[in-house]
Design a binder for this molecule. Structure first.
Ligand code: ADP
Ligand code: ASP
Ligand code: MG
Length: 416
């Protein structure tokens, strides 16, 4: 007897936001079961639930005057925030059973999904699918709590916000699934966030590399790590809607895309901050003395600019997530005797807007088109970075929507 093909179906927060939606998602699972698949369903927490749980943790850890802002026991954070997915996995299993589909829930540690001990942003190191496959053999489908795993010490870990996408792709790779379907509240990957630009168009295909850039630059439709995993393990990854049967977007190797644009998409990220150290001595080793402590303290520095030097001094500017600013300031203040600077100036009213496209490799002028479009709208650019297939700018947050919309038009993305 040949074993049935396997399918991974991941449902995001809005797709399991209440019982009616869980039933709707379960009906989709049932359809695939009837088509002959062994299905591994990966669920997120109900929409808004993870934020609510994070809020509790912040409240519990809010010690006024504590000299280490933003620090709390990350193992306990994981224990709290992983609970949202445990609820939806059990509910989904019950609803499937009610519909006549044999199913059981699996928490991350039960499979198990093994991860590093980097609580709050752990990476999956391996998945043991033996028990799940054994159950498949008995006709039992799996509902797996996304976003979570277990550390080498046996503690619950979480994979970073949006991590259920990564759980789904990792299971698809481990199970050798025919496809990994990411069901969400949009029916695919668009040229930009359709909530920001109504004229955004759905892409029938997007390359792994472009999706990777878009995701890491703020398009939260897929978690960055999930795209990386799919690319490395050749997982057939589809983004589609929980609420319609419209065809979704296939994320695939670049060679499988016929129609190529210079720019494929625009990403925007609101929660950024710009930090400047004023009057830093312009000497060898000064950058290391600034960015060393930040890296050790877990602050993810994004863009870096060193301003023009005058009288042996310079200003050093970098950007990071707004949530990391308090920690960055704390680390830099501790390192002040080694660095030597006059003042730290924080601008936490900034956003990052990026244009992405593999066509940039062979076409020049993308940056020029971008800067001109922003200039016409009077949007001042604070910091610029480029890579082979993207150009990013840091701008004032109030211009985010305007910038995305003008760039979308400037690169002809609203036209078919
Ligand atoms: P889920 O809860 O299903 O994981 P997310 O909220 O994490 O869903 O991701 C889906 C959202 O991603 C969409 O509602 C949309 O606003 C946003 N998004 C940002 N950029 C894009 C894009 N380029 N294409 C599609 N959606 C995007
Ligand atoms: N529930 C988690 C979050 O909101 C994981 C996910 O939905 O992918 O980040
Ligand atoms: Mg998500």
């Amino acid at each position: 007897m040949t074993t049935p093909p396997r399918l991974v179906m991941k449902f995001g927060g809005t797709s399991v936001a209440d019982m009616e939606r869980i039933r709707n998602a379960a009906a989709r699972v049932k359809r695939e079961v009837e088509a002959g698949y062994h299905v591994a369903v990966i669920v997120s927490a109900m929409a808004g639930e993870t934020n609510r749980l994070v809020g509790y943790v912040r409240e519990a850890a809010a010690t006024p005057g504590a000299n280490s802002p933003g620090f709390y026991d990350a193992r306990e954070y994981d224990s709290v925030v992983a609970s949202g997915e445990q609820v939806t996995s059990g509910l989904m299993a019950i609803v499937l059973q009610e519909m006549g589909v044999p199913a059981r829930s699996w928490a991350g540690w039960q499979a198990p999904v093994m991860t590093t001990a980097a609580h709050g942003s752990a990476r999956i190191t391996g998945i043991d699918t033996t028990k799940i496959v054994e159950r498949f053999g008995q006709g039992m489908h799996a509902v797996i709590a996304g976003f979570q795993g277990v550390s080498p010490e046996g503690r619950i870990t979480t994979l970073g916000r949006g991590g259920s996408d990564t759980s789904a792709v990792a299971f698809a790779a481990a199970l050798g699934a025919e496809r990994c379907d990411i069901y969400t509240d949009v029916d695919g990957v668009y040229t930009t966030d359709p909530r920001i630009e109504r004229k955004a168009r759905k892409l029938s295909r997007i390359s792994f590399e472009e999706m990777l850039e878009l995701a890491s630059l703020g398009a939260k439709v897929l978690q960055t790590r999930s795209v990386e995993l799919a690319m490395n393990h050749n997982v057939k990854l589809m983004v589609r809607s929980s609420f319609s049967d419209d065809p979704g977007t296939l994320v695939c190797p670049e060679e499988e895309i016929v129609e190529k644009n210079v720019v494929s998409g625009i990403a925007a990220e609101r929660g950024q901050a710009k930090v400047t150290l004023l009057k830093v001595a312009d000497r060898p080793g000064v950058a290391a003395s600034i960015f060393g402590p930040l890296a050790e303290g877990g602050v993810n520095v994004d863009m870096i600019v060193q301003n023009i030097s005058e009288d042996g001094f310079t200003d050093m500017t970098f950007s990071c997530a707004e949530d990391d600013v308090a920690r960055a300031k704390h680390l830099l203040e501790n390192a002040e005797p080694k660095i030597g600077y006059r003042e730290i100036v924080v601008d936490d009213d900034v956003a990052k807007v990026s244009v992405v496209g593999v066509g940039m490799r062979s076409h020049s002028g993308v940056a020029q088109t971008m800067f001109s479009a922003l200039a016409v709208d009077g949007v001042n650019i604070k910091v610029i970075t480029t890579s082979e297939i993207k150009v990013s700018v840091l701008i004032s947050r109030k211009y985010l929507e305007l910038a995305v919309q003008s760039l979308h038009a400037a690169f002809g993305l609203d036209k078919v």
